[in-house]
Design a protein around this ligand. Structure first.
Ligand code: PBG
Length: 336
């Protein structure tokens, strides 16, 4: 009996004392329900043209745009830390952008070159490539735009298919359509299969919301839309049933892994999808979620490490198997 309880004149007559299981660190470890592991982490990384370049992103302290030579060194380190996978995002120079994003399926484009080089230098790391037009279009939208400003679905899917096939040809392990066009998962699966890329997986951004949390990422890529917003293709933040509809469609179309994005404001969506699918679920702890923690930590207002672990654990507790996070490297070090 603890001194606190023994000194009490009239102990409460309790059948259950939940605090019994929280008394020591060992006990807490024994009854812990969820565990964050380095195996859960996917590291999003930014690649740019040039050599010897490593440029910090102002709104994402600790995240950099790397030229390919330095990216390879960084990925070797990331792999050494036990991180299984990276998700690649390119910074495309203005003169290579056009209205239709043709650079996106250039077999010698930045992403395609980067994938080849990574698979050669660090063959064991899983490379996931983003399939969407926004880094490649002058207007910054994820799809083709007509003269009225409407984002066109079916013609965009044709380009996304070319892009995905070119990434597979370069050696990507997963292609990850993040564009939210209808029918793109089926079209990509069919094209990959037709070319013999049966083993290349599709990580589908299934429930991707039109979110203000993407702001810092768009700074990183200079890819903010030049007009309008993305609300005719990305989902309305108020909707939950629609997420289930999108997930079910992507599974029917051939997705191997489904994703919810962003993560923190959508933990309920992760939890609901967990009830309805056996597929692995990924959650994207996006740039704005990263920036908020970094900013508060820089002000000295929160304990950064504890907040990172608590945050990522909440995403697992909600039901995610995999977390795309800019904290991946820091967390891998913390978990060692
Ligand atoms: C592009 C894409 C975006 C992100 C990943 N892929 C931005 C957007 O849709 O505007 C955001 C990632 C982040 O904020 O960390 N389709």
């Amino acid at each position: 009996m603890s001194p606190e309880n023994s000194s009490s004149e009239q102990p409460l007559n309790l059948i259950q004392r939940p605090r019994r299981l929280r008394r020591t660190a060992t006990l807490r470890r024994m009854v812990r329900e969820n565990h964050l592991s380095v195996d859960d982490l996917i590291y999003p990384m930014f690649v740019m043209e040039g050599e010897g370049q490593k440029v910090e992103i102002a709104s994402m302290p600790g995240c950099y745009r790397f030229s390919l030579d330095l990216l390879l060194l960084e990925i070797a380190e990331v792999s050494q830390l036990g991180i299984n996978a990276v998700a690649l995002f390119p910074v495309i120079s203005e003169q290579k952008k056009d209205d239709t994003g043709t650079e996106s399926y250039n077999p010698d484009g930045l992403v395609q070159q980067a994938v080849k080089a990574i698979k050669q230098a660090v063959p064991e790391i899983i490379v996931i490539t983003d399939v969407a037009l926004d880094p490649f279009t002058t207007h910054g939208h994820d799809g083709l735009v007509d003269e009225t400003g409407t984002i066109l679905n079916d013609p965009t899917v044709e380009i996304l298919v070319k892009m995905a096939v070119s990434q597979a040809a370069a050696g990507a392990n997963f292609v990850a359509p993040s564009d939210m066009m209808d029918g793109r998962v089926r079209a990509i699966r069919q094209a990959l299969d037709a070319q013999g890329y049966f083993d290349i997986g599709i990580l589908a951004y299934s429930a991707k919301y039109a979110s203000a949390y993407y702001g810092p990422f768009r700074d990183a890529l200079d890819s903010a839309p030049k007009f309008g917003d993305k609300k005719t293709y990305q989902m309305d933040a108020a909707n939950a049933r629609e997420a289930l509809k999108e997930v079910n469609l992507d599974i029917a179309e051939g997705a191997d892994i489904v994703m919810v994005k962003p993560a923190l404001a959508y933990l309920d969506i992760i939890q609901q999808i967990r009830q309805t699918t056996e597929l692995p679920i990924a959650a994207y702890n996006v740039s704005g979620e990263y920036a908020m923690i970094k900013a508060a930590a820089q002000m000295g207002w929160i304990d950064e490490k504890q907040v990172i672990l608590e945050t990522l654990t909440s995403i697992k507790r909600a039901g995610a198997d995999l977390i795309l996070t800019y904290f991946a490297k820091e967390v891998a070090l913390m978990l060692m």
